[in-house]
Design a protein around this ligand. Structure first.
Ligand code: M6R
Length: 616
């Protein structure tokens, strides 16, 4: 995690204001401390502080002139959030300053070695060793030739193990930033006046849309007039830039109080964007351009392994129900953090599908890399165009949901469900799904955005329910079959933004344990659309009621049969069973959001979390 931003400009500028604006766009990646460094004519000016960017701002001299700026917003891994552990980190004499996103796994032995050579460490972080390593390799070769600086960084990179995106500056090189990447994201933005570096393109949108992504184990020398990308072995690489299409409005709140609220209200649009141009309703077919190159291979796939983390993992579970029942394809869903260390046997008729909003989640990416070694076909379902997972997989489908800023994933979750419905059509029609079934799924899918908009119209009522319940300290979320993963998602979202303890469970499993928790102070939220397991879920609700449990029910509009059981009822429009998760999840997102707000939390940046988890 952590956000990195920086630039080198042709002429010296007072660029701290620009830096802070860009860093604020990256705060979603980590927000426990902030720091900046500028190469000026008098040496390096740098400041850092524990806390959010706004805490550092009053301490900065915004008139400082320089051509090289780097900044960092941190999510602590090694060393608690404090002034000394904030980035940038320095070598012994402060001439070299670095910012880092990742984890240096062998930092202890390196630190021991460097201390033996007389280096003095000032922080508890793993990152600081890198500044000392560069200093050590540079030795006395502090001339103005970039090649010495480059070589010192290259030799230092060869000594470290782990994940990194680094930006390194040196007082004697007032026009150079050296960057390097392994597992953590880093890209370079190009404009006529300056070159930029960032962890995410959203930090660059005000300045440029031309970006070049670095690949793992690559290093780049960034100056106003030159960009040299090379491997750690110094093999030069020529790479063309790509254009980022996201609008600037996509990264503004545009009248909403929080990004989370804005993004929930964008859920209908997220589904529209996911399915646009991808359905031939009259034929009951889905067109997925990103899978065309592997269409034939997909025909012979007999088993799909889905890997993902957090909310994306839950979308994978919904995908499993869809693909097994309607495409007849056996599916397993594995957490990215587990799959990479499992030694599961795969045959060549298996394929891997990685699901990720950011496309940078280290656990998911790690699993892809592990599985690729077995020669399996790898696919991505990714929102961020050009991200590591998109580049690492053989083929894939983009969500096109636009940037998601709030740490809690909402609109991209719904978009992932829409893409799973498309994938079910695509793979199902390659197998035994009838044209009629294809037509039914396709036509129902096109109606989902309109139905989501009617749920938004009841947001005032959902807010009222949230107001009534936000002081409870525990919630049980129950669902079954297609809506079992939605119970898990509802519980996760509530935990993340309101810090209320919540458990997601299969409604049928409740009697095997969690029922013991239920009393009048432990409400349950039950997802019970009129579907094939409805009667079973009603029996489960009876069991809750018999233990005096309060029940908030999400069911299909027109279903009046639950009044005796329900303390509150939230209605969703009718749709086919397979697509109900796309509707039932929206009230849960709204409930979590409002409860978080009523509890007074910063819902966009929950404590201890970061949007993109690029460390293990
Ligand atoms: O970027 P990814 O989709 O790979 O992220 C995976 C999880 O870290 C993410 O879904 C996380 O669980 C969210 N904070 C959930 O709201």
């Amino acid at each position: 995690m952590c956000g990195i931003f920086g630039f080198v400009s042709k002429k010296p500028v007072t660029g701290i204001g620009n830096m802070l604006q860009a860093l604020k766009k990256l705060e979603y990646r980590g927000y426990d401390s902030t720091g900046i460094a500028v190469v000026t004519q008098k040496g390096i000016y740098s400041q850092k502080k524990a806390g959010r960017i706004s805490k550092l701002e009053p301490f900065l001299d915004k008139k400082v002139l320089g051509s090289v700026f780097i900044g960092h917003t941190r999510w602590a891994t090694h060393g608690k959030p404090s002034d000394k552990n904030a980035h940038p980190h320095f070598g012994c004499d402060n001439k070299i300053q670095i910012v880092h996103n990742g984890i240096i796994e062998n930092y202890k032995s390196l630190k021991h070695e460097l201390e033996g050579r007389g280096h003095r460490f000032k922080s508890d972080t793993d990152s600081e060793v890198f500044a000392h390593l560069v200093e050590e390799f540079l030795g006395r070769k502090n001339g103005s030739e970039i090649r010495y600086f480059e070589e010192a960084v290259r030799l230092s990179l060869k000594r470290i193990k782990g994940a990194y995106a680094f930006a390194v500056i040196h007082q004697n090189y007032p026009k150079v930033i050296i960057v390097a990447k392994n597992s953590s994201p880093l890209l370079i933005g190009l404009s006529d006046q300056a070159k930029y570096i960032a962890s995410d393109p959203i930090a660059l949108l005000r300045h440029t849309r031309k970006v070049i992504y670095l690949n793992d184990q690559e290093l780049a020398i960034v100056t106003p007039d030159q960009l040299k990308i090379s491997t750690l072995q110094n093999k030069e690489i020529l790479r063309k830039y790509q254009e980022v299409s996201w609008s600037e409005d996509a990264v503004r709140k545009t009248g909403f109080t929080h990004f989370m609220e804005k993004e929930i209200f964008e859920e209908p649009e997220a589904v529209e964007n996911a399915i646009r141009g991808r359905l031939i309703v009259s034929q009951g077919l889905a067109k997925l351009g990103g899978l065309e190159s592997v269409r034939q291979k997909l025909e012979s796939v007999k088993r799909l392994i889905i890997t993902a983390c957090g909310t994306a993992f839950f979308s994978g579970l919904v995908g499993e129900y869809m693909l097994e029942e309607f495409a007849g394809l056996p599916v397993e869903v594995e957490s990215g953090s587990e799959l990479r260390y499992k030694r599961s046997p795969f045959d060549d008729k298996s394929a891997l599908l990685a699901v990720s909003q950011s496309g940078e989640t280290a656990d998911t990416l790690g699993s892809i890399k592990e599985i690729k070694k077995t020669g399996l076909l790898t696919l991505g379902l990714v929102n961020t165009v050009g991200s590591s997972i998109a580049r690492e997989t053989n083929a894939g489908v983009y969500n096109h949901a636009g940037p998601e800023i709030s740490v809690a994933s909402t609109k991209v979750f719904i978009s992932q469900l829409a893409v799973f419905a498309l994938l079910t059509l695509f793979l199902g029609r390659q197998r035994s799904m009838s044209k009629n079934m294809g037509k039914l799924i396709a036509s129902e899918l096109t109606l989902i955005p309109r139905k989501l908009r009617t749920i938004l119209e009841s947001s005032v009522y959902i807010k009222r329910v949230a107001r009534k319940y936000f002081k409870y300290n525990n919630f049980l979320f129950l669902g079954r079959k297609f809506n079992y993963p939605i119970a898990l998602e509802g519980a996760l979202k509530l935990k993340e933004v309101s810090y209320i303890h919540a458990e997601g469970y299969g409604a049928g499993d409740m009697k095997h344990g969690p029922l013991a928790l239920i009393d009048e102070n432990f409400p349950s939220i039950v997802i019970a659309p009129k579907d094939s397991v409805y009667d079973k879920v009603v029996s489960n609700m009876e069991e809750l009621k018999a233990r005096k449990g309060k029940i908030i029910i999400i069911t299909t509009s027109g279903n009046k049969g639950l009044d005796k059981l329900a303390d509150e009822v939230l209605y969703i429009p009718k749709t086919i069973e397979m697509l109900t998760p796309l509707l039932t999840v929206m009230p849960l997102h709204l409930l979590a959001y409002y409860m978080g707000v009523f509890r007074g939390h910063d819902v966009d940046k929950p404590r201890n979390l970061a949007k993109s988890v690029t460390v293990e």
